[in-house]
Design a binder for this molecule. Structure first.
Ligand code: NAD
Length: 476
């Protein structure tokens, strides 16, 4: 057993009031390697009180926007300073490749730099309502934002939301996911080292269900950003509705890539590698369905088989291609979905658990998948790809749009006219052409349907944490 990591509340690193801690497991071995202090109700309330006090005192809002920008740039520098230790911790607790874990800290730093650049550009506008009235809007911060993040990309997701909230001077409580709190502890260290004013950002590791109970009926949290599963999102929305607390919901997906008859197969395979194999397919916007023109199906299945044979399976610390799932429970979910889906598809490769310790699952491809069955509809959240063939393009679009989700979609073709006209018809928050994930913090990200609403990243995210106030002044 290793060290105990603490929560960051009101500018201090503290144990949880409960005296409890959470064991943190290495998914590559199944061995517990650390403990993280667990925040109970008192710690949660202390974080709320500190966040409110900081906002009331205007610790961030009274700062000149350029000062907020400098603070965010310092946070970015500190994130790069903890990238090595933090990346290693994230690799061990989440299972992901070390290079990808370090990249999360790099992306987190990039998020703070991007939003630092917006701190003095979050402007209102002047509205022409007549000669004798001066009418304008001001962008005002909402107050205290509670941000709840999942375990698949905890550090980069947390950073994008905290940074967007800081643009206009909100306070933030970041709720870490139970399975992966240590990477976020390093993020808290970076915030502290950069000198965030006391209480403006707290980072706590609390049980999701307990936080859910704290949320019901309270009026001292002004905004909630939730990234996670649809079921939890709905529970949070119900609690928030009681006090009309605005929410941003970044939920699940079942995203489809469409390979037209002229698709470049290397690009299709790169998209599968980068979103279904990477992070063991625990990627909300991964290309988990591939809708291929029938004339290319055999060729693509052959390439997927070759990919399966070439993929290295192993621990994140060894930078393997296919790393373990985050937990035994997550692997059981994957096995259950695949087993329920088997009658609705033809296995091409995988569908098996490799003979090794840790929570691994083989890269799995099904062809001839029933679009209406479990493999065509459910978010597996594992390294599982469902392939379906189409003859007419309208059929491909219909399949791509026929789930309750609408997170991402993609098209593989060199025919720009076809690609863009299909892009317009796909119901997804982001549509990729000949790639999957452009990856820029500057591009807005979010979903349609049960993939949620609101947009993270990009300029759009500033509006998650600010409201326009309209001022009309008579000068008659
Ligand atoms: P989850 O919903 O189980 O948990 C997410 C977070 O919510 C965790 O921090 C958890 O502790 C907390 N939580 C759980 N119950 C809660 C409750 N009742 N009240 C308040 N908080 C609660 O999701 P997960 O399994 O951690 O993550 C996987 C899911 O996240 C997938 O569905 C994936 O698609 C989604 N996801 C979406 C995006 C996106 O940007 N759209 C990004 C990453 C992950």
């Amino acid at each position: 057993m290793g060290s105990t990591f603490q929560n960051y509340v009101a500018g201090e690193f503290v144990d949880g009031d409960s005296g409890r801690s959470i064991p943190v497991t290495d998914p590559a071995t199944g061995v517990v390697f650390a403990e993280h202090a667990l925040a109970g109700p008192e710690t949660f309330e202390a974080a709320v009180a500190a966040g409110r006090e900081a906002f009331t005192q205007g610790l961030l809002t009274r700062a000149n926007p350029a000062q907020r920008a400098r603070l965010m740039n310092r946070i970015a520098a500190e994130l790069r300073a903890v990238k090595s230790d933090g990346g290693r911790a994230l690799c061990f607790e989440q299972g992901k490749a070390l290079s990808k874990a370090e990249d999360e800290f790099e992306k987190a730093a990039a998020a703070f730099e991007y939003y630092a650049g917006l701190a003095d550009k979050a402007e209102g506008r002047q509205i022409p309502v007549g000669e004798t009235i001066i009418d304008f809007t001001m962008l005002e911060p909402l107050g205290l934002s509670l941000q709840i993040v999942p375990w698949n990309f905890p550090v980069s997701i947390a950073a994008r939301s905290i940074a967007a909230a800081m643009v206009t001077g909100n306070s933030v409580i970041l709720k870490a996911p139970e399975l992966t709190p240590i990477g976020l502890h390093h993020l808290a260290r970076a915030l502290d080292a950069a000198g965030v004013p006391k209480g403006t950002v707290s980072v706590i590791n609390a049980l999701g269900a307990e936080v859910g109970e704290h949320l019901i009926g309270r009026d001292d949290i002004d905004q909630i950003t939730f990234t996670g599963s649809v079921a939890t999102g709905k529970a949070i929305l119900s609690a928030a509705a009681q006090n009309v607390v605005p929410c941003v919901m970044e939920l699940g997906g079942k995203s489809a890539g469409i390979a037209l008859a002229d698709a470049n197969i290397d690009k299709v395979i790169a998209a599968v590698h980068g979103s279904v194999i990477t992070n063991a397919g625990q990627v909300c916007s991964g290309m988990t369905r591939l809708v291929v023109h029938r004339s290319r199906q055999d060729e693509i299945l052959e390439a997927l088989n070759a990919l399966s044979a070439a993929v290295t399976v192993g621990a994140g610390i060894d930078n393997a291609d296919l790393t373990p799932l985050v937990s035994e429970t997550q692997r059981e979910r994957v096995i259950d979905c695949v087993d329920r889906g088997r009658p609705g598809g033809t296995i091409v490769c995988g569908g098996t658990v490799p003979d090794r310790s840790g929570f691994f699952y083989d890269f799995t491809v099904f062809s001839d998948v029933d679009p209406a069955g479990p493999l065509g509809q459910e978010e597996v959240f594992g390294p599982v790809l469902s392939v379906m063939a189409f003859d007419e393009i309208e059929e491909a679009i219909e399949i791509a749009n026929a789930t309750p989700y609408g997170l991402a979609a993609g098209i593989f073709t060199d025919r720009l006219n076809d690609g863009l006209s299909i892009a317009k018809k796909l119901r997804a928050g982001q549509v990729y052409g000949n790639l999957w994930h452009a990856g820029s913090i500057a591009a807005p990200f979010g979903g349609f349907g049960q993939s949620g609403y609101g947009r993270e990243r990009g300029y759009e995210a500033v509006y998650n944490y600010a409201a326009s106030k309209n001022i009309a002044f008579s000068i008659d």
